[in-house]
Design a protein around this ligand. Structure first.
Ligand code: MF3
Ligand code: CO
Ligand code: CO
Length: 289
């Protein structure tokens, strides 16, 4: 049952008592799942679907952890991609990035180093002392999707590089900590941008988090920057938060040759961490932890 201080079911972002109160959602939209699908195109997952998504998420997490361990000076990102291919195959899974999008993404994982914000394509260049790298693993298992990414620091790095790595991690975890049903989704971006800007970093706005589970990229879009999206979170939502934090300017520039790799406009470092989360009746759960 909706209570007076909850966000109104109409999505205005106002409290119910200041909006449609005492009207309750009409019978046609009485099921949350139907309401979220028709109003937001958001799929609220059933308990059975959640179990499948959870299993896919744990696989993405395990593979990402293995790739982090294998990231050493001299290793190449193509070797990490090969290891990901093998681990997916052994688990009966498929790396979701492979052939995704237009033009088709050529590899199964993204490896984004230093000034690369996201969608870095694995290659034959050996990792160097001081590199910072995001490894992004998304997996399809039994038709369900998991998506997670971590930063790795190769050896010891510079102060500005370490700083974006740490600020990106803290941004993600702070934004996860507030998640609960009824929270307007824009609170995620507010939490991230308030913290990152206080730390002297900027937040990328050209790429967003996303619903995930039955598809790789579903509704809703999850903005990491300050925004006004009033959509209240609801139990059964599964989505990613994956803030990209820059040391310098916030703008991303896409590589004109491969149409994928996004770099900072000023060449300064960028970092990103990603979890898939589930909104529960009482709060949230990190599915890729
Ligand atoms: N895994 C990325 C995400 O977090 C998406 C990568 S799309 C790809 O949403 F095609 F580059 F793999
Ligand atoms: Co994602
Ligand atoms: Co990802």
């Amino acid at each position: 049952m909706i209570s007076r201080n909850d966000p109104c079911y109409c999505g205005s972002g106002k409290k119910w008592k200041k909006c449609h109160y005492p009207t309750v959602p009409s019978p046609e939209i009485s099921s949350d799942a139907e309401y979220y699908l028709s109003k937001y195109e958001v799929i609220l997952k059933t308990p059975e679907q959640i179990e499948k998504i959870r299993t896919a998420c744990l696989l993405s997490r395990d593979i990402c952890n293995e790739l982090v361990k294998a990231s050493k000076v001299g290793a190449t990102t193509n070797e990490l991609n090969d290891l990901s291919d093998k681990l997916h195959k052994d688990a009966g899974a498929i790396p979701a990035a492979l052939h995704y999008g237009q033009p088709p993404f050529p590899k199964g994982i993204c490896t984004s180093l230093n000034e690369v914000i996201c969608h870095g394509i694995p290659n034959d260049k050996p990792l160097k002392e001081g590199d910072i790298m995001n490894i992004d693993v998304a997996s399809i298992l039994d038709g369900y999707y998991g998506d997670t990414s971590q930063m790795v620091v190769i050896g010891k790095t510079s102060v500005p590089r370490q700083k974006v790595v740490d600020v990106a991690y803290e941004s993600l975890m702070r934004s996860i900590s507030i998640l609960r049903p009824g929270l307007p989704i824009c609170e995620i971006g507010r939490t991230i941008e308030e913290y990152a800007s206080k730390e002297g970093c900027s937040v990328v706005y050209q790429f967003v988090g996303h619903g995930v589970g039955l598809h790789f990229h579903e509704a809703p879009q999850v903005c990491h920057h300050m925004n006004n999206d009033p959509m209240p979170l609801a139990a059964g939502m599964t989505f990613t938060i994956e803030p990209m934090i820059n040391a310098g300017k916030r703008e991303a520039v896409i590589d004109q040759k491969n149409k994928w790799e996004a770099r900072t406009i000023d060449g300064q470092p960028s970092a990103q961490w990603e979890h898939t989360v589930l909104i529960t009746e009482t709060g949230h759960e990190i599915l890729t932890l």
